[in-house]
Design a protein around this ligand. Sequence first.
Ligand SMILES: C[S@@+](CC[C@H](N)C(=O)[O-])C[C@H]1O[C@@H](n2cnc3c(N)ncnc32)[C@H](O)[C@@H]1O
Length: 373
Amino acid sequence: MPFSTYMEWVLQDPEHGYYGSGQAAFGRRGDFVTAASMGPTLATLLLPQVLQCLDALATTTDALSLVEWGPGDGGLSHDLGILLAQARPQWRQRLQLVLVEASPALRQRQTGRLQQQPLSWRHAHPTELAATPIIGVLLVNELLDTLPVERFTRGEDGWRWQWVHCPHGHLDWCPGPPLPAESLALLETMGIHLTGDAFPVGWSSELALSQRSWCGSAAAALQRGWLWCLDYGHSAQRYYNPQRLDGTLMAYTQQKAVGNPFLQPGQMDLTAHICTDLLRHWAEEAGWEWCGEVSQGQGLLALGLAQHLSRLGQAGGPPLAQRLTQREVLLRLVDPAGLGGFRWLLFHRSCSTPAPGELLALGEPQLSISLSY
Ligand SMILES: C[S@@+](CC[C@H](N)C(=O)[O-])C[C@H]1O[C@@H](n2cnc3c(N)ncnc32)[C@H](O)[C@@H]1O
């Protein structure tokens, strides 16, 4: 079977899939840490940017929504809901949180998490959003790296898909059909030329074909507003570098990265970095307009992370142990070798203000809500 089918099954099968069955464990005591699973810090830092977008949309009387697609345990939506209700109490009747989640078990977990939410909120299916598209902001943190990818490899006889088979009860790679001309052409459009000898036999990587329909669904969900994608990513030149011999596919369990995607199927997370040029290509094809891209570290510093850090050094405030924990979280979020190296990609639909260049380049935080744990 194609690798994308295997990845879809082991992640999303409602009985056996890592996310689908609800066994996914986020955070320090789980299988992997996401920025959202480290407490309210990410929400606090993103707030000025989210407000800037929502303020620009609030000039009419339309209802506004903050949509999180792939919300995991619901922590980011929960924290942003509380902060938005504090920052704009006049929007309580007007602003709604919308969660789009494929896993029935995680939908249940999110329902528990959002029970005390001051804003109204709901789960929505993509088809429902396509029928009544929202006006607002669509946030996507570490979703795109879990969408199923195809794998391809250079064989002795040319470029082929890498498929999965199960001889004698053991899952393993096997050669799939030759790479079709349109996939080679797609890579060509990003400046990746697979002809010639630059890529050695055995060189393998991923192609995120499923992102194409996701970008279409996301575009159909939003009448007007912004799409903000936060994820591990590389440009096409780095992603498809001849020296990156085995792509970016990785499994995670108990805070450890595992190279073999066939170990413990359904009990580990599987991820592949996003190719930022490919995501932009699919998004623009679906009607999104490109605003810009920064690393998470740069973005958070522009949103005032340094000021939060310096406030922690001042006398008074929370006890020392709490301040040290907050400091560690802030530093992890900007560590260029970790979460700080994440890419933020911003797109819009039918929005002219604020000018795209102003987004992702905020000088000072516009609001200061103290971080609380
Ligand atoms: C790696 S987790 C990220 C969770 C959260 N955003 C965070 O940063 O902690 C990926 C999330 O996306 C969900 N997901 C995966 N594919 C999805 C899809 N096609 N539609 C909606 N949710 C999806 C998973 O079930 C899970 O909640």
